[in-house]
Write a protein that binds this ligand. Structure first.
Ligand SMILES: Nc1ncnc2c1ncn2[C@@H]1O[C@H](COP(=O)(O)OP(=O)(O)O)[C@@H](O)[C@H]1O
Ligand SMILES: O=P(O)(O)OC[C@H]1O[C@](O)(COP(=O)(O)O)[C@@H](O)[C@@H]1O
Length: 315
């Protein structure tokens, strides 16, 4: 199996605090807490490691506690220079599953530190492997950071997947990645209008593909996910699960898709695996990520029912 390299420009340590109910201004007593390595690329690596798929995780900073947590999960961290410390992102999870997230700003990168990250990714990109670049752009780095990472991965002849949002996603899409994994809100922001029905998501995905993106994998919260690839378009409606924490669900979805595709699965079958991984993640606490034994049964992939209303379901 070829190594999948992940890049997390702004990694985190995710602290999850479970409380009965969030009351502003009160002193709250935690009923449980946990600490996980975090950040979107890091989480993709964590899922890959749980499935026994070789991976390494590139990030600015990411030394100290985060590196220790990653090594304990079987993931070699590749650290590049950065100023400041790894952020702590705190999730307050209420008994009914409602999650309030506070993400700190995190590391800051000077121009030469951006260059070092890009060069490190180019050095680790290998032919036929995937590079996954994901998450927010840290302070000091340009909006086209993920776009530059796409081109760096290409220099190493790797295929490249992107999961980010806002201007960084727009710039990355213009670089023509092999795959993007927006959720519905991120895709709507990218195309500049709401996407209330599955037909709207399909049209937006088709536009991205026409603009040079290879595969568009759209996660749609409780409505499952959709894939638009050269081979065709499929929807997988997902699984009814008891939501414990949605943090890391999108990352697990992307990892699930790549695990299946690199094992030779079709896009439709990879979509089903992706949705199973996402559904499993929401049933796990904090930023815990699923392994093979956690996957619930999910519905098969079907031709998208264009009239499906997403307004009550999409994340
Ligand atoms: N409420 C939910 N019920 C069942 N599955 C869910 C729910 N929320 C998320 N998922 C699963 O997790 C995946 C990713 O969730 P989503 O919210 O779309 O991603 P992101 O974390 O990127 O915003 C979905 O495609 C779905 O499989
Ligand atoms: O880089 P961002 O956008 O601030 O996101 C970082 C946060 O997102 C996560 O990677 C989870 O992402 P998803 O819920 O989209 O899968 C957390 O581990 C981390 O705290």
């Amino acid at each position: 199996m070829t190594t999948i390299v992940t890049v997390t420009p702004n990694p985190s340590i995710d602290r999850t605090v479970e409380i009965d109910e969030l009351t502003r201004g009160a002193v709250l007593r935690a009923t449980a807490h946990r600490v996980d390595p975090g950040g979107k690329g890091v989480n993709v690596s964590r899922v890959l490691a749980r499935f026994g798929h070789p991976t390494l995780a590139v990030m600015p900073g990411g030394t100290g506690e985060l590196a220790d947590l990653l090594r304990a999960a079987g993931i070699p961290p590749v650290s590049t220079p950065a100023r400041g410390v790894t952020r702590v992102n705190t999730a307050l999870v209420e008994a009914d599953g409602t999650t309030t997230k506070v993400n700190e700003p995190g590391v800051e990168l000077a121009d030469h530190e951006v260059d070092a990250l890009v060069d490190t990714v180019a050095a680790h990109a290998a032919p036929a492997a995937w590079v996954v670049t994901a998450g927010s752009v840290p302070r000091g780095a340009p909006d086209d950071l993920h776009a530059r990472l796409v081109l760096a991965a290409r220099r190493g002849q790797a295929r490249v997947a992107v999961d980010t949002s806002g201007p960084a996603l727009a710039a990355a899409v213009a670089a023509g990645p092999d795959l993007v994994k927006p959720n519905v809100a991120e895709l709507a922001e990218l195309v500049g209008h709401p996407l209330p029905r599955l037909a709207d998501v399909l049209a937006a995905a088709a536009d991205l593909r026409a603009g040079g993106v290879g595969t568009v994998l759209v996660s749609m919260g409780a409505a499952g996910a959709l894939v638009a690839a050269a081979e065709g378009v499929w929807h997988c409606a997902g699984a009814p699960v008891t939501v414990r924490s949605t943090v890391g669900a999108g990352d697990s979805t992307l990892a699930g898709y790549l695990i299946a595709r690199t094992s030779g699965a079709s896009p439709a079958d990879a979509l089903v695996h992706a949705v199973a991984c996402g559904a499993a993640a929401v049933g796990l606490p904090g930023t815990a990520v699923p392994g093979p034994a956690d996957l619930p049964p999910v519905t098969p992939a079907t031709a998208p029912e264009e009239s499906l209303d997403l307004t009550g379901e999409a994340a």
